[in-house]
Each structure stands twice: as C-alpha cells, then as structure tokens.
Design a protein around this ligand. Structure first.
Ligand code: NOS
Ligand code: ZN
Length: 378
C-alpha cells in the first residue's frame, strides 16, 4: 500500500508494525494525521505556503525569488536548506522575510499558518518569529506583533477553534536588539505572546551575549526558550540553561556530548533531564543542518529512553519540507513508534507549553488523551 501524508507530495510505503490496538482498516498515515499534536518549535517565516510567497512577492514588487512556480519553489527551499550547514539553511529566510513586511502580509501568513497546522491535526502551537525582521516597509515592532496576533486569531476562527496558537518573539543572536524584543515580549504578554526565544547562527554568538534580555524576562517572570546545541555542542546548552536560565532548549540534541556510550550522564545532561527541561527536537531540520546523520541514528530515541523530556517539532515546515505528520511518520519508520509514544510526546509538549498550568491540564485531559483514546477504538 502506498499512501501520501499531507503536505509531502512524496509517496510513502508505511511500515505496518504499528498495530497497537488500532483497527487494521486505519492506515498509518491516516491515524497519524488524525492524532492530536502539539508543536512548540515552528518558525512563522519558515512555514509559508509557496503559492502565498509568490503572490506576496508580486504584490510588494520583490523580484528575488528563484522561481514563480509553487511546486518548484517548495523543492528549491528544501534543497537549498539541505546543505549540512546551519548558516546556509538560514540564508533561505531572506526570501520569506522579504515578502512579510506589511500588516496585510503578516495577517495572511499567520492565519494560513494556523489553518495549515490545524489541518495537520495540531491542536496547540507556539509559533515564533523575529519582529525585527519585519520592519523594512515601515512597520513598528508593536505593529508587527499586533498584525501577527490578528492573523492567528483569524486563523483560529477559520478552523472553528480546533487549534490554539501562541507566539514566541525571537531575538536574533547576531544583532543587538534582544533586550528590545524582550521588552516587547513583556509588553504583549497575555495578549497572544507567551514567551521569548533566541535564534540565528549559533557559531560565534553564544546566548550569554544576550544576558540583559534574559534578565529583563526573569525580572518580569516571563517564559523563554533558547536555540542551543544545534550547531555548537554541550557548552552552548550549558550557557543557555545555567548562565541565561532557559526553561526549554530549541533542538538541544548535542546534549549527547555529555552522555557516555553506556548511557552515563554528565552533570549538565543530568541537570537537564532531572529538571525536566524540555528539548524541542526537530529531526528533519537536524538532518539538513548536519546536526544528525539520518533518522535512524537521530538521538531523539536515545534521549527519550534516558528519560529526557523530549518533544517532536517541525522547526520550519517550508524550509525543511515537513509537517508534524511527516515528523511522526519518520519516527514511526525509524523507531517503530506507535500511538503510545506519540501520545507521550504530545503530552510532554503540552506540559512544557508556556501556558498557565490549568490550561495545559485542560488540553491534555480534554483534547489529547480523549483524541488518542478515540483513535485506539476506531
Ligand atoms: O533551526 C534554527 N536555528 C537557528 N535559527 C533558526 C532556525 N530556524 C529558523 N531560524 C531563524 O529564526 C528566525 C526567526 O524565525 C528565522 O528568520 C531564521 O533566521
Ligand atoms: Zn528553530
């Protein structure tokens, strides 16, 4: 049997060993798509619809796109990002950011993002972007945040409330606006913004460069995560957690530098595991940037078995050519994961969400658990 998961355009031959209590009439791709999912690490500017980029480029007069054919553009992004280098991966964002400079464009991209995630079975999402990258046509930082929030509220409405989306405001590691973005996060908290992040090229830009931003967030009891342990090893994770105070780690897969072959944890790895610091793992993106060799040898499974709070994420749906369903499928193929493990990963993500505790519990108890129970009895 050959089935095509949503968004991939690539035929799959699913591994049919996911029998766990599931009626055999339900295909693997089908139950994966229907399974409730939560994504904590998804970049707004890395997940646009190709056709939208082309339309927005025409509207704003951007002539730098490599092609005006949507299918070709999707392939171009995935291939260009598939270089083994994080820096090259990040170069592709010049095209998406170029067309995300007006209020209308931001509202549209955010609304479509909510729709696309919901269509893929995502019930809770934290979507991040760097407001400083959307000022070229004259918007202010506040206007950028308001436009994106408006788009997400519109997208939630269009899906009939099937998804809840919060945003994380990202400061870029190579610029010096992180304190300003941290202040913006505090100013818009509880109004669509649930936290802060630092992203961009990791080499040469340690998180401690942005200490004043993190101190401001801490003084104001605000949540934040930091991209670390993607292109640089465990020392980057150490800074993010111990110097800056990150509650979650974006990627974090290089924590394996601090784990011996026999599974003995060094002090940093033990601290991360024992404090339940969530790792926002993005397998396909890791393959493209060279942080992992292939799905089968990706450390996600080892980390999960060692008791780390592992979550599964897309990073950039367009740039990495993926969806949550496809990430699930890759994990099913590589490690034989079935509904039990996906339920565990989804609950872990909701528990690590930057949401009030009662809201996390509501999503787990009223949406995630019942959703998986319904799948099992299908
Ligand atoms: O995996 C990643 N590692 C580091 N930075 C990233 C990654 N994915 C995207 N961005 C960066 O975050 C910005 C805001 O969304 C993007 O423009 C991109 O430069
Ligand atoms: Zn990322």
């Amino acid at each position: 049997m050959r089935v095509t998961p949503p968004g991939s355009g690539v035929p799959y031959t699913p591994v049919m060993h996911l029998s766990d209590n599931l009626a055999s009439t339900v295909s693997v791709a089908d139950w994966i798509r229907r399974a409730p999912k939560a994504v904590l690490h998804d970049h707004l500017d890395g997940g646009l619809r190709p056709a939208t980029i082309i339309e927005l480029a025409r509207a704003c007069g951007y002539t730098g796109l490599p092609t005006e054919d949507p299918a070709e553009l999707a392939v171009w992004f995935r291939d260009a990002a598939d270089s083994g280098s994080l820096e090259r991966y990040l170069e592709t964002f010049a095209h998406t950011c170029a067309v995300m400079q007006t209020r209308e464009a931001l509202v549209r991209v955010a609304a479509e993002c909510a729709e696309d995630l919901a269509a893929d079975g995502v019930v809770y999402a934290e979507v991040r972007y760097a407001p400083e990258q959307h000022l070229a046509a004259g918007l202010t930082l506040d206007e950028v945040v308001e436009a994106v929030n408006e788009g997400f509220r519109e997208g939630e409405r269009r899906t009939g409330g099937r998804i809840t989306v919060g945003t994380l405001l990202t400061g870029m590691r190579h610029t010096d606006r992180s304190l300003e973005i941290a202040e913006l996060t505090v100013a818009h908290r509880d109004r669509g913004v649930c936290g802060f992040d630092i992203a961009g090229g990791e080499i040469g830009n340690p998180p401690s460069r942005h200490l004043p931003a993190f101190q401001h967030l801490k003084r104001n009891n605000c949540h934040f995560t930091i991209h670390a342990g993607e292109a640089v090893g465990a020392e980057s994770i150490h800074e993010a957690v111990q110097v800056c105070g990150a509650e979650r780690i974006g990627h974090g897969v290089r924590i394996t530098d601090d784990i011996a072959e026999d599974g003995t944890l060094g002090h940093l790895a033990a601290y991360v595991r024992d404090n339940r610091i969530a790792l926002e793992v993005c397998p396909t993106s890791n393959l493209q940037t060279g942080a992992a060799k292939d799905y089968g040898s990706h450390p996600i499974d080892r980390l999960r078995r060692l008791g780390f709070r592992v979550t599964l994420n897309t990073d950039n749906r367009l740039v990495s050519g993926t969806t949550m369903s496809e990430e699930f499928q890759h994990m099913a193929d590589a490690f034989g994961y079935g509904p039990e493990v996906f339920e565990e990963l989804t609950v872990a993500a909701v528990e690590a969400a930057f949401l009030p505790l009662p809201e996390r519990r509501r999503i787990v108890d009223e949406i995630v658990r019942p959703g998986y129970a319904a799948l099992r009895s299908a």
